[in-house]
Design a protein around this ligand. Structure first.
Ligand code: GTP
Length: 319
């Protein structure tokens, strides 16, 4: 019992050290049209974070779309697009909606404060700024953001390969299916299974087998580049991928990419594989059914096609 408690304490200490490190390396985007104020705040914050600067609302939006900062420190009053509008834009963009926004405002009073909350702000500081308070607030928002991300990773990522896990797949599959049904778009689902993996494990050991799975998942993730594509480890040496907005030709091309990529892994510069590895792929498309299929039907079809691919000699895709 005591040992378990000690282990818990150790784990919590490790996690909190990791969190502190992440907060130290966090990027703050500081947005203010007044260059003197901006430089002054940037200088004070630079002891604790990486600080990038934007001088207008438009520049801030462009920066966020490309670089995705960890947190935004945003002046409310700016000519052109003001801070409130920038914040609304950050909140409605898929890639930045979870980025905390802390407002800097010269105005106090219920109306000014409520405007910040209504725009989606996470917090605000009033001028003149107390640097200590500002730093502590940023650290606190960053800590909760990073802990949430760490928890999400623990819940939804596969520990060995870093791709999503089956739980995540099961969570998102119904929404993706109903989205493709509503928008009448094609969607592809593939099941990938490493060929003769038992032999690889038996011959080179379980650790080498683990390494092989990591390499396969890298190849698959590399091939499926769209932000909407999802790669998950389904269990053992099996992966499942969902590709929204993908028709038969593109899906087949993707599968071919994966087959070639995996085949070439053993020739890679770092030679992490002991011998050539191949995979078999079962493909299923939602448009191949008379009626929109349920997730289970798509999965079963992909699985049956995977079985076919194996029985036809492996290292191939079957639709
Ligand atoms: N190293 C490692 N091996 C795993 C893991 N999960 C499952 N395995 C192994 O994967 C192997 C799968 O073997 P089989 O199901 O017989 O499949 P196979 O040898 O690939 O045969 P085919 O699928 O017909 O090509 C078993 O030996 C499992 O122990 C893992 O996380 N790491």
């Amino acid at each position: 019992m005591n040992n378990l408690k000690e282990l818990d304490t150790l784990l919590i200490r490790q996690l909190s050290a990791k969190l502190t490190q992440r907060v130290k390396k966090a990027t703050v985007l500081l947005v203010d049209d007044d260059s003197i104020t901006r430089e002054l705040i940037a200088h004070q914050l630079s002891h604790c974070f990486e600080v990038d600067q934007a001088y207008s609302g438009l520049e801030a939006i462009e920066y966020c779309n490309v670089y995705k900062p960890d947190i935004v420190l945003l002046d409310v009053e700016m000519p052109g697009i003001d801070g409130l509008e920038v914040c609304r834009k950050i909140r409605t963009s898929l890639s930045t909606h979870a980025v905390p926004v802390v407002f800097i405002t010269a105005h106090t009073g219920i109306e000014a404060e409520n405007a910040c909350w209504d725009a989606g702000g996470s917090d605000f500081v009033t001028k003149p700024i107390n640097t200590q308070t500002l730093i502590r607030r940023l650290q606190s928002h960053l800590s909760s953001k990073f802990s949430n991300e760490m928890l999400e990773d623990l819940a939804f990522r596969d520990g060995l390969t870093g791709v999503y896990n089956k739980r995540y797949f099961n969570e998102v599959m119904p929404s993706l299916l109903s989205f493709s049904q509503r928008s009448n778009t094609e969607m592809a689902l593939i099941m990938i299974d490493v060929d003769n993996f038992k032999h690889y494990n038996d011959r080179y050991g379980h650790l080498a087998g683990d390494r092989c799975l990591q390499e396969v998942s890298k190849v698959v993730t590399h091939c499926l580049k769209r932000p909407t594509d999802i790669v998950a480890r389904f269990g053992g040496e099996e992966f499942v991928c969902i590709m929204p907005n993908t028709n038969k030709m593109s899906a087949l091309a993707m599968c071919q990419h994966i087959l070639t990529g995996v085949e070439h892994m053993a020739n890679g510069p770092d030679k992490t594989l002991k011998e050539k590895v191949t995979v078999s792929i079962g493909l299923a498309l939602n448009h191949q059914f008379d009626q929109y299929p349920a997730g289970e039907e798509l999965l079963n079809t992909a699985d049956a096609n995977l079985y076919q691919a194996k029985s036809m000699g492996k290292n191939r895709v079957v639709l």
